[in-house]
Design a binder for this molecule. Structure first.
Ligand SMILES: [Zn+2]
Ligand SMILES: [Zn+2]
Length: 156
């Protein structure tokens, strides 16, 4: 009996690599390093964070190359820019199966947290049908003060 060992690969990184290859880009070098890094991130990161993460992996990729790869991934729809306030562009992987999350942003300390909510997804889907749009996606960001920064309620 032959046993076939299937290595479980990261869904997004494998998808991104396939799309890059289909678009005529060889994998390797800066592209592979950025894709590997983004495939492991759970939320949005800046180009600087990508650059530092890659360096921690022991790979040498210049910041300019990181920006070029991010622009390419954006153009191919593999990542999206996420507006979580601040003046630094943040990037996040776009999953081919539509899996996604939304963001909570604290205006005081700048903390960004992720959340998902099935009821919200259902409501947005229903809204799309009601307005007669073929909705391809949505962004939801809640802004305010996080649990640490929020003024505590006055004692009764
Ligand atoms: Zn995120
Ligand atoms: Zn959603």
């Amino acid at each position: 009996m032959r046993i076939v060992i299937v290595r479980v690969v990261d869904g997004w990184a494998a998808h991104a690599t396939a799309v890059l290859r289909a678009a005529g880009y060889r994998s390797g070098g800066a592209r592979a390093a950025v894709v590997d890094f983004l495939g492991r991130e759970e939320c949005c990161v800046s180009a600087q964070q990508v650059h530092e993460g890659i360096r921690r992996d022991g790979r040498a990729v210049g910041v300019a190359s990181v920006y070029r790869v991010l622009d390419l991934l954006l153009a191919l729809g593999l990542v999206q820019r996420v507006d979580v306030g601040g003046d630094v562009a943040m990037y996040e992987a776009v999953h081919p199966d539509g899996a996604h999350h939304h963001h909570l942003v604290c205006g005081d300390c700048g903390r960004v947290e992720r959340f998902t909510d099935d009821g919200l997804e259902r409501a947005l889907h229903g809204l799309g049908e009601r307005v007669g749009y073929a909705v391809a996606g949505h962004d939801v960001t809640l802004r305010g003060a996080c649990g640490d920064c929020r003024p505590t309620a006055a004692p009764p």
